[in-house]
Design a protein around this ligand. Structure first.
Ligand SMILES: *[C@@H]1O[C@H](CO)[C@@H](O)[C@H](O)[C@H]1NC(C)=O
Ligand SMILES: *[C@@H]1O[C@H](CO)[C@@H](O)[C@H](O)[C@H]1NC(C)=O
Ligand SMILES: *[C@@H]1O[C@H](CO)[C@@H](O)[C@H](O)[C@H]1NC(C)=O
Ligand SMILES: *[C@@H]1O[C@H](CO)[C@@H](O)[C@H](O)[C@H]1NC(C)=O
Ligand SMILES: *[C@@H]1O[C@H](CO)[C@@H](O)[C@H](O)[C@H]1NC(C)=O
Ligand SMILES: *[C@@H]1O[C@H](CO)[C@@H](O)[C@H](O)[C@H]1NC(C)=O
Ligand SMILES: *[C@@H]1O[C@H](CO)[C@@H](O)[C@H](O)[C@H]1NC(C)=O
Ligand SMILES: *[C@@H]1O[C@H](CO)[C@@H](O)[C@H](O)[C@H]1NC(C)=O
Ligand SMILES: *[C@@H]1O[C@H](CO)[C@@H](O)[C@H](O)[C@H]1NC(C)=O
Ligand SMILES: *[C@@H]1O[C@H](CO)[C@@H](O)[C@H](O)[C@H]1NC(C)=O
Ligand SMILES: *[C@@H]1O[C@H](CO)[C@@H](O)[C@H](O)[C@H]1NC(C)=O
Ligand SMILES: *[C@@H]1O[C@H](CO)[C@@H](O)[C@H](O)[C@H]1NC(C)=O
Length: 579
């Protein structure tokens, strides 16, 4: 269906303008039609040209409306050879709804403004000059602006309208309720091929037919801004160029963060990453943004004025919005943290959430992890533009940096966008407990020795941090292992072994277990090494050996005595000297 039905709606609000009776006081001269040319105002009986070096489409739109022309399509100004008496327009006066001539003051200048308005098509009540409810001026007499029935309007028709208004390609085409407006009187059928430069150039059936707009909606249309980024690495980075009559760079002055953000968004390029100036080799025709025009979110096109300059606006947008990364921990009562450093306790549950502003459906989130000695990626599909990565128990291996990378495929192009980095530190909630043998915690390096058969006592102690809890005494040896458990009393526990056995020889440690906010934590002491020594070798060493030595010495003495008596007889002086 490439035909168009134009409905003439009889309604006071939609009838020809003339509110300010200004057809008598505004005119465009020297153009191709009454809707193009240099702007002249009749004020206090004088026709004079209008001068404004910050002349832009928003201001031109006021003149187009007073002239009962369509939308403002392009603006320009030129230098005349000499100064002349002109009207200057106070913009805030115009903005408040006053007629142009009421806002004029006499001045002298050589700069003369001109403009082109569309003749028979306009968009009204939109957020910019490129959006709104479509109205067409029929060439029947009397000429009237009428809405267009949604049901019979298609993409090709929209292309013609957007082109005629000097906007970019159509982006949103939707019905608008015409509510209080009265029944359509007649319709006129048009058939656009899509390539026409003006809607009234489209073929017309010529026959009037009687239809009402069903289901009661007229055309609302949004054309994109004719803006592009050139010379960058991607379609989302480079010098900002805007098309009015031709493509020209935009000057980097008066660009607010909101305007940069709106431009990136307009280009479906996510958010603005950087804004700076690019020096050109020479002065050339550019567009300058008028600061008095730009309000938050205003599109560039409505607010630029032709300028001769040499520094262009270089804008870098992220292809996509930047995803958010946040972490919540069970120990934190589920409070979420978006700060860049976060601490979780060993053993606690933590939950890393990735989310992105809705932009495209689907996609997936990749959680990347890097630490000094390892790296890992986890992937989950995006559900409602977010994903949650749950870690049931924090361990030291989770210590490192995390980021969320959103991947999405749009029109068979893969895009991805990464969040900022989040540093996660895993620390122990509990201090390590102390282990001691019979109250002695020194000599842990060399180990403890206990006599076989004797009583020994291994004590576990922890600095008071949390009430309750229990101690587990773990034991391992070359051929066995055992755990003993006791509740913590006064933050300690004593494991009594009434008689040391060789089976008790091995490595001991105290493990303290406690539940905090319904999470279990534990912490382990140093290792204690225990050797069981047999008492028998001691008896031999302490009693048998000294006794043997004594007997041997006594035997040698007697032997010496006997020998000396045999050799020297009664010579007692000699025998005393030898033995
Ligand atoms: C418009 O102006 C003309 C003369 O300039 C005057 O006769 C006419 O009444 C005015 N119309 C309105 C609606 O103000
Ligand atoms: C108006 O349109 C004509 C024809 O497209 C063009 O030559 C002229 O420069 C335009 N004027 C302005 C002020 O944009
Ligand atoms: C549309 O704009 C006209 C003036 O241009 C205004 O009177 C009217 O209230 C607006 N309607 C809506 C729905 O905004
Ligand atoms: C359209 O309908 C109106 C009233 O419903 C009628 O007066 C008019 O003659 C009709 N026009 C045509 C062309 O049928
Ligand atoms: C534009 O800015 C980006 C980011 O600052 C930079 O990498 C790039 O080189 C600039 N391009 C030009 C043409 O200056
Ligand atoms: C993870 O955190 C998010 C946001 O705080 C929450 O919606 C989600 O239910 C949590 N997931 C789990 C398994 O706790
Ligand atoms: C991301 O974080 C910012 C600021 O921290 C917040 O304003 C925004 O709403 C968040 N976006 C999403 C999708 O959670
Ligand atoms: C994780 O993914 C990134 C790309 O997103 C890749 O460069 C990196 O090698 C991956 N790392 C691991 C450990 O798979
Ligand atoms: C996604 O969001 C919608 C609306 O907010 C909700 O009804 C739905 O349950 C959500 N789905 C999931 C899986 O969270
Ligand atoms: C996009 O990614 C998907 C898988 O993630 C891959 O199969 C496909 O080839 C990619 N397309 C392009 C154009 O790189
Ligand atoms: C526990 O051991 C630490 C060092 O390991 C020591 O500083 C502390 O005093 C000990 N506490 C007790 C109660 O023995
Ligand atoms: C002792 O407890 C630890 C956990 O604390 C466990 O890994 C080990 O298997 C247990 N050993 C025995 C022999 O029960």
């Amino acid at each position: 269906m490439d035909h168009l039905l134009v409905l003439l709606l009889l309604s006071s609000g939609l009838q020809a303008e003339g509110k300010h009776n200004s057809t008598e006081s505004v005119r465009l001269v020297g153009g191709d039609s009454r809707c193009a040319g240099s702007l002249e105002l009749k004020h206090q009986g004088d026709w004079k040209q209008v001068s404004d070096t910050h002349w832009n489409l928003k201001k031109a739109a006021v003149a187009c409306k007073e002239l009962d022309c369509g939308s403002a399509v392009s603006v320009g100004w030129r230098e005349e050879s000499s100064d002349r008496s002109v009207w200057k327009i106070k913009y805030d006066c115009v903005q408040s709804g006053s007629a142009l001539r009421e806002c004029a003051r006499s001045d002298s200048s050589s700069t003369i403004v001109n403009l082109n308005c569309s003749e028979s098509v306009r968009l009204v009540n939109g957020t910019s000059l490129c959006s709104g409810r479509l109205e067409v001026k029929t060439n029947q007499s009397p000429q009237r602006w009428s809405s267009v029935c949604e049901a019979d309007f298609d993409q090709q028709d929209a292309e013609v309208v957007c082109r005629e208004l000097g906007c970019g390609a159509p982006s949103v085409l939707q019905g608008v309720h015409y509510g209080e407006v009265e029944v359509p009187m007649w319709t006129k059928e048009l058939q656009c091929g899509g390539h026409e430069s003006a809607l009234l150039d489209c073929r017309s059936s010529g026959s009037d037919i009687n239809v009402t707009c069903s289901p009661g909606k007229v055309v609302g249309l949004t054309c994109s801004e004719p803006v592009r980024l050139v010379g960058g690495d991607s379609r989302c980075a480079g010098i900002v160029e805007l098309k009015h009559l031709d493509w020209r760079p935009v000057i980097n002055y008066d660009i607010t963060p909101e305007t940069a953000a709106a431009t990136c968004k307009e280009l479906d390029c996510g958010s603005a990453v950087s804004v700076d100036g690019k020096e050109e080799s020479s002065y050339r025709d550019m567009w300058r943004v008028s600061s008095d025009c730009v309000q938050s979110g205003t599109v560039l096109r409505d607010c630029v004025t032709p300028w001769h300059f040499h520094i262009a606006l270089n804008l870098t947008c992220s292809d996509l919005f930047q995803p958010n990364i946040s972490v919540s921990s069970s120990m934190d009562g589920d409070s979420e943290a978006q700060q860049q450093r976060f601490q979780v306790f060993r053993g606690s549950t933590f939950n890393i959430s990735c989310s992105i502003q809705p932009q495209y459906p689907g996609g997936s989130f990749q959680l990347t992890f890097t630490s000094s000695n390892s790296a890992h990626n986890y992937t989950q599909p995006a559900v409602n533009h977010s994903a949650h990565f749950l870690f049931p128990a924090a361990e030291p291996v989770h210590h490192g940096k995390y980021s969320c990378v959103y991947h999405v495929s749009v029109l068979s192009h893969n895009f991805s966008s990464e969040s900022h980095l989040l540093s996660l530190a895993v620390s122990d909630l509990l201090l390590p407990p102390n282990i001691s043998l019979d109250g002695d915690s020194e000599a842990q390096q060399q180990g403890f020795r206990v006599f076989r058969g004797s009583t020994f006592n291994i004590s576990c102690f922890i600095q008071p941090q949390y009430p309750g809890g229990s101690f587990q005494l773990t034991f391992t040896s070359s051929n066995s292992a055992h755990n003993y458990t006791m509740p913590a009393v006064n933050h300690s526990a004593h494991f009594l072994f009434p008689a040391a056995e060789p089976a008790h020889q091995g490595i001991y440690s105290c493990v303290y277990h406690v539940s905090v906010l319904s999470h279990n934590f534990s912490s382990e002491s140093h290792l204690l090494s225990l050797t069981i020594i047999d008492p028998t070798p001691f008896i031999i060493r302490a009693v048998v050996l000294p006794l043997t030595l004594l007997l041997v010495n006594a035997a040698l003495y007697l032997y010496c005595k006997v020998l000396t008596r045999l050799l020297f007889g009664p010579l007692t002086e000699m025998k005393h000297a030898v033995c």
